[in-house]
Design a protein around this ligand. Structure first.
Ligand code: HEM
Length: 200
């Protein structure tokens, strides 16, 4: 439990960057899929986000909206599991103390932002799950049915709104977090980034 080093553990670093990548991908898919019309032609292959990088092959033909919504839900369930592991790791492994060079205000902002980021890492996927469960479609994880849809319109609409609002709060916190990291790297030129670096 006690950790005296100034770096995060390898596990904490890997989970931090894995989840950060997942979060960016989830934002990209989330925004991309929001504009797809409900009706549309069915296909069994989709060029991911129309980037020309990877074509996803399916075993059946579905509309673009179904494909992207199912992908968003499947990745959402996966990232939620990773976040659960990360939180479990965090509560059992004390993070290294903040650098002593931080001013009192910086300490408050950094600690507060980290705690709120953890809160959003739970609240955003949790409201997403609730939105999926209360829809008429339910939840599937890469084709495996997790739960049939409950088709509860009032809860579905409330959780969808909460999911969207929380997403914007999450994004604002991430922007603040990255701005802080860049300030420490380029203005203060201290060792903050090294603490979370994959490389020694
Ligand atoms: C380019 C993107 C990012 C950079 C450069 C970055 C950088 C960092 C750094 C340097 C730290 C260690 C701060 C310290 O000295 O204590 C840190 C911690 C943290 N980061 Fe990020 N981060 C990024 C993206 C994200 C994202 C997307 C999330 C949310 C999913 C996130 C969540 C966190 C949390 C919660 C901590 C605190 C870890 C703890 O104390 O348990 N980061 N980040």
């Amino acid at each position: 439990m006690i950790q005296n080093t100034t770096r995060y553990t390898k596990t904490a670093v890997v989970l931090h960057w894995l989840i950060a990548i997942f979060v960016v991908v989830m934002f990209a898919i989330g925004w991309f899929m929001a504009d797809i019309p409900k009706e549309g032609p069915k296909q069994s292959a989709y060029d991911l986000l129309d980037l020309g990088i990877y074509t996803w092959q399916l075993s059946e033909e579905v509309t673009a909206r179904t494909f992207y919504f199912n992908l968003h839900k499947s990745l959402g369930i996966t990232i939620f599991a990773l976040i659960a592991i990360r939180i479990l790791w965090r509560v059992t492994h004390k993070p290294p103390a903040l650098l002593t060079s931080y001013k009192a205000m910086e300490r408050k902002v950094a600690t507060g932002t980290h705690h709120l980021l953890y809160l959003m890492m739970v609240a955003v996927p949790a409201t997403g799950l609730l939105t999926g469960i209360t829809s008429k479609y339910g939840l599937k994880w890469f084709g495996i049915t997790i739960i049939e849809g409950l088709a509860n319109k009032p809860i579905h609409e409330a959780s969808a709104t909460a999911h969207e609002v929380l997403t914007f709060i999450f994004l604002a916190l991430i922007v603040l977090h990255i701005a802080g990291a860049l300030k420490h790297k380029f203005v203060d030129k201290d060792g903050t980034m090294k603490r979370m670096s994959i490389f020694k």
